[in-house]
Design a protein around this ligand. Sequence first.
Ligand code: BES
Ligand code: ZN
Ligand code: ZN
Length: 498
Amino acid sequence: MLPKISITDRTQELENLVLVVRSLKALPDGVFTASEMSFIRRQHKELKKDIISYNRLGNWTYVYVIKEEKSDYKRLEASRKAGKKVGEMLNSQKAAKVVVFDHDNHPSETLAFAEGMALGNYQFMKYKADKEKKNTLRKIEIYSEPVNREPGTGSLEPGAGNRDPGFMNIVNDAVYQCRDLINEPASYLTATVFSKEIEKLGKECGAKVEVMNKKKLEVLQMGGILGVNQGSHEPPTFTVMEWKPADAVNKKPIVFVGKGIVFDTGGMNLKPGDSMLNMKDDMSGAAAAALAVYAIAKAKLPVFVVGLMPATDNRPGTKAIVPGDVLKMHNGMTVEVLNTDAEGRLILADALSYARKYKPELVIDMATLTGAAVRAIGKFACAGMESGAPEELLELTESGFKTSERIVELPMWEEYGELIKSEIADLKNIGPGDAGTITAGKFLEKFTDYPYIHLDIAGPAFLDKADSYRGIGGTGFGVRLLFDYVMKRVSSGDEITG
Ligand code: BES
Ligand code: ZN
Ligand code: ZN
């Protein structure tokens, strides 16, 4: 369960307490006895511990010494990770509440610590009968003079502190819900159920949601989505989510597009061996797009944003597309499908082409698109490419460092585009093997005519092994990144709007 973060203006004796300090010298007089102080010093200096804990009459005190790091970003991420560690210790004590005390005025690190603790508390328990191992932590109170001085202003700098705890709760909740959707198996989360879940989200946050069914997709001639869906016993959906506040700073929307393959078997090019194992995660991009809109709407940010979530599974049914088939896409272009496992780009192409009707100021897509991205970058960042949006990608990359949902840029040079020209159609859906992440990006670019950023999140979207506050399973990658980016857009006003 998501622990709620709140601001408090007092600390009490006899409760679980974390003291966040930059240096042990800053520890408050009178709080520790001389022997406690020497214990803390020894743990820090000799045993090199950043987190020192001890018990007093059943209540735990933790001292977190903020690590010396060269950049603010690294310090914030180290603080999140420390928060996760302390959260684990508190859960093992069956604690429900903790106060995090920003002792020597490091509000950003303190908020990041709370953020890591909250995000690290996530569990997916829906299918477990035995709820014994359920985390107990429910409440994180922050005591911080700088935060108390400006409660709710959201003006704290830098990083996590840019969001007041109210926003932090909203965004954490969105990350939790995103993880839930990703962790749901395909037996539950069909395209239809996925779109119903997004309808529920829309009702909750005040965004408008429209679900386009198979008939509508036929009318719109979305040959990519319909083609991928041919092998399935379940119909496809295309869900549109719109947050258009009256006070929006932008007239043209920022559009998020997400790959919503609820399960990727590979289709007729069936995935071999274990490579199919985690393919329920192939809708992580769509989940992140929907939950980013959700968080932005819940926070009532004055920014016009749209989410486009095409969804289907990819299966080898009797009617499934086979290699060599040619599909006619929503924008009229034709695609020779040489590998049915390169299906994500087919459904995204239709969604990107559909996005043109919004005359968007920017489109960002997120997709678990290529194994090549995982091989190149691993789990610690996504691959990013841009077309006509170099400044925007720089801004987004900065948000990536801030939230630790990092982006590594790959090029979109035209030579790569040559590699996906087909002999018999306008395009083919795979390149020659090399640079698979870039050729996939070039393929998508062909369906855009607006400033465009493509994020291949195949690596960081889902983990087999926990990475601190990003536990096993869906990570929710993209939600915090896009929220932070849109927050910046609020303060940049309407200068981008033409
Ligand atoms: N969903 C996969 C990509 C993927 C791989 C995501 C590993 C997460 C982890 C995608 O649809 C796919 O199968 N891509 C193929 C493309 C190839 C056939 C050109 C791939 O990467 O092997
Ligand atoms: Zn595939
Ligand atoms: Zn896929």
